[in-house]
Ligand binder design. Structure first.
Ligand code: ARG
Length: 452
């Protein structure tokens, strides 16, 4: 027919492969078949297509699905190639499939349809990671470990408290993904090129057939907006940033002998026979770069695009696919690495008191015994310079305060405050590392995981 002639005239030049998204469209091949089916069924229900024609088109679509994306004829994109294949099978009548729509609303619908699946898979990976972190937390309630600020020993904490700190962040990542999902799950179909159609289409019906929550009302918005891609990629980038911190902690902990990563999540050196390196976690850390790149690529592609459809949008989509693939994989690998790592309680306990990490607890004790906290801070700082043990505290009391230590604090309580495990147990404020405080956090995290 004349449509075929026109296509040959416009798409046969040297820019043909540059123009075509057919190979990248493999990702939305299955989605496009579903969108075609829903559209054709709706057209038949509305009396826009004869039942007989609709039936032939649906049969052709089934055959095309069986043959697969690789068997499609050449085309500018999957939408055109599928239409051409339908026409090859049933003749010009197949061209009725494209009544009352455009590739613009079609592709937007396909992307949303497929992205829903991908985002739900990404959500699953965050749930698995939370599960792994909860297991580590459950086993590590009493496992004392050093806690850091500025990567310097700061205060002793527990492995459980550390693991739950990431669980809380990943829980928010899950929520952000689900929130983005709600805005992906809206149907642009029936918006046509951007300006609606003269045919009496039922947009609610195709939305329902394709499982969308609602239609996107304005047809120009429906065909041209890609903020849902940007939002999803940004949310994934936020998750990748969380993952990169988790991975970095584990790389450092492996370096210090705090944790042994499973062989499955380690790599060796091709030259140094003794090496066991945390390569998978370094790659998890690096995926934050891929995700930030995706956000940047999308933002700069979308920035300043005029209404309505512009072909730039074709290149926007791939940034989102690449980001969701990279981040979901990183999240899955992180979950596995966390679940299979062995924590070395002895090394952790030995390190927990290093660098006078109990100093804050000692200052708190002095303050609880009536000393202004600032004065206590000064006294303990002076003790820190002389080794930060009991003797140093005694010396600091007479030097800084001019009074013997035991005159204002019980020596046994001081000894206790200097012990990392006792120090942790005493920090039982809400959200703190003391085992009872952690038990509450763990319960809360379990409930949240069950609810998500
Ligand atoms: N392949 C295109 C995309 O991914 C859809 C086709 C719309 N093309 C057009 N010339 N209006 O955005």
């Amino acid at each position: 027919g004349s449509g075929v002639v026109r296509r040959d005239r416009f798409s046969g030049g040297p820019a043909r492969s540059f123009l075509s998204s057919l190979s990248a469209d493999e990702r939305i091949f299955a989605a496009d078949l579903e969108v075609d089916r829903a559209h054709v069924l709706m057209l038949a229900e509305q009396g826009i297509l004869a039942d007989d024609t609709a039936g032939k088109i649906l049969t052709a679509l089934d055959a095309i699905e069986v043959d697969g994306h690789d068997s499609l004829p050449d085309g500018e994109d999957v939408h055109e190639a599928i239409e051409t294949a339908v026409i090859e099978q049933i003749g010009p009548e197949g061209g009725k499939m494209h009544t009352a729509r455009s590739r613009n609303d079609e592709v937007a619908t396909c992307i949303r349809y497929r992205l829903r699946e991908d985002v739900l898979e990404a959500v699953e990976t965050t749930l698995a990671l939370r599960e792994s972190l909860l297991e580590v937390a459950d086993e590590g309630r009493e496992t004392i470990m050093p806690g850091y600020t500025h990567l310097q020993p700061a205060q002793p904490t527990t492995v459980a408290h550390w693991a739950l700190s990431y669980e809380g962040a990943v829980r928010r990542d899950t929520k952000r993904l689900l929130d983005a999902y709600g805005r992906i799950n809206e149907s642009p179909l029936g918006g046509a090129a951007f300006a609606g159609t003269t045919f009496d289409v039922d947009r609610e019906r195709t939305a329902e057939l394709l499982g969308f929550e609602r239609v996107i009302e304005n047809s120009m918005d429906a065909s041209s907006s890609r903020d849902f891609l940007l939002e999803t990629t940004q949310v994934l980038s936020t998750h990748a940033t969380t993952l990169s911190g988790l991975a970095e902690d584990l790389v450092i902990f492996a370096n210090r002998g705090f944790v042994d990563l499973a062989d499955d999540y380690s790599s060796t050196s091709s030259i140094m026979p003794q090496k066991k390196n945390p390569d998978t976690l370094e790659l998890v850390r690096a995926v934050a770069g891929d995700a930030a790149g995706g956000v940047q690529g999308l933002t700069t592609t979308l920035k300043g695009l005029p209404r309505a459809y512009n072909r730039d949008l074709q290149r926007a989509t791939t940034h989102a696919w690449e980001t969701v693939d990279a981040v979901a994989e990183a999240s899955e690998v992180a979950a596995g690495a966390v679940a299979t790592a062995d924590w070395n309680a002895d090394v952790l306990a030995a390190e927990a008191g290093e660098g006078f990490s109990t100093a804050t607890g000692v200052a708190d004790l002095l303050a609880a015994n009536g000393l202004p906290f600032r004065t206590a801070h000064e006294m303990v700082a002076s003790a820190a310079e002389n080794g930060g043990d009991y003797d140093a505290l005694e010396a600091a009391a007479s030097n800084v305060l001019g009074e013997p230590l035991e005159s204002f604090v019980d020596p046994a309580a001081v000894e206790d405050a200097l012990d990392p495990a006792a120090s942790v147990a005493s920090r039982d404020s809400r959200g703190g590392p003391a085992p009872e405080a952690v038990a509450d956090q763990l319960e809360d995290a379990r409930e949240a995981l069950a609810a998500d």
